[in-house]
Design a protein around this ligand. Sequence first.
Ligand code: FES
Length: 573
Amino acid sequence: MADEPNMTARRSDRWFRDGGMRQFAHRQRAQQMGFDRSEFLGRPVVAILNTWSDLSPCHAHLRERAADVARGITRAGGFAVELPALSLGEVMVKPTTMLYRNMLAMEAEELLRSHPIDAAVLLGGCDKTVPGLLMGAISMGLPAIVVPAGPMLSGHWRGRTLGAGTHTRMYWDEKQAGNVGDDDWVELEGVMTRSPGTCQTMGTASTMTLLAEAMGFTLPGAASIPAMDSAHRRMAYRAGARAVALADGGIAPGAIATERAFGNAAHVLAAIGGSTNAAVHLAALAGRAGVDLPGDLIDAAARRTPLLANLFPAGTHLMADFFRAGGLPALMRRLDDRLDGDAPTVAGGTLADGYRDAECWDDDVIRPLSNPVSDAPPLAQLRGNLAPGGAIMKPTAATPALLEHSGPAIVFDGPADMRARIDDPDLDVTPDSVLVLRGGGPLGGPGMPEWGNLPIPRKLLKRGVRDMLRLSDARMSGTHGGTCVLHVVPESAAGGPLAALRDGDRVTLSLSARRLDVALSDAQIAERLEGHRPPAPPARGFARLYAAHVGQADTGCDFDFLLGAGAPEPAIF
Ligand code: FES
């Protein structure tokens, strides 16, 4: 035992230090892997939870980053162990990664609980991975630091700047309208997503990594660094070293994810013009942390804080420009009077320590409060007789003329029905129609897929129409724009009023009143809902567990049995 550098009592000691037969076996098995006793005995064990896989393009570099993190852990005197976790590549996973976010959260929690681990570094970025990893870490309660995957290289084509997701949909619409040819389409395939890293627009990945930083879960400035920048490797190294310090009584995730952190996240969400998906993930994180969020938290922040980050889809730049302009620290400095700068972070100081001296180097990319990107609120939460439990939209990415709009509904029951009829030349649709897709909620999808950005009917695209009022209980990709009302609660599969809607019913959106209504009385809605039946549960597997336990969007779509934190430590026999 003379080679032990530190005799501090740690969680991992239960596996490695005590004198029983089991502890002998654990040391024996560590040596079986080639680790010398001096590498792990008496050292804090820091887990690197890595969401790398060959089918997660946004995380293609995370094996190398894990090595950088491990370098930092080792140099700081820790013992680095890498554990693979569900990768959840957003575009590849079907029917939707959202079906599996809770699986990743469970996996992260149980990986941390069941192994000899004192602290964790969480490697993720693609949409569901950061919320999933953090949900698990909060519930387990071990100190954890997030290393965001970082945005991919910017896209360019024929002199134009292109963003992943945003321009895929934009050029698809142009192709449907006959303005983009087959050869152009093939060319576009190779120029938009040029490197490992997350979508370089203000999609859900950028939103959630920036919010993780705003809540205090990363080193200052970490979430803005492009994946391929050498600064990203150095940040990973420093995060590893910092995790070693956290392993000995460092701040637990539940002490980071407090009411003040969610308040800060809401203002940053508004200022970055972040994804509507953040509403679901923040609610889920709050559920794990035991924080009771006000129902209008995001709306209230967005009424006060305008859109400052001029990034696609609401603006015109990409994440590399945001980084060059000073990144999140520069933006947060501009929000100083709205933020609780005394909130703690995993870096060891306060949130304000990370942005107090930050400079902004480009006032067009990160606007001053006196010159926001848009006068519209960045996000809005709605209620009404179509959404008694709420709905959300992103007015800055919408068509201003549609923000106060009434029109007849055209109702699609799920994506198959929508695909079968949306381009039918006989579809009775005008630019004033309201396209409705139901059956896209957590139960209906199942998994609440990103179906809410319904395509514009081809016959209207050919007439030059590029936006219509669209309404759904599904979600929408954060990289997409349009006048889309999303996350209607309760969803139609749970018997929400959306299930009562029929073609021709008059639907009204009023952003100014934050209302979403149909011209039906409560009695008419109730009568139409008589005899409504939820869909049959999935036959087997995780989808069946999901359907039995998932909550609605306003509570974060978490499982009822995973709310909160705390479970007994495993017995070691
Ligand atoms: Fe992974 Fe967009 S597909 S971040």
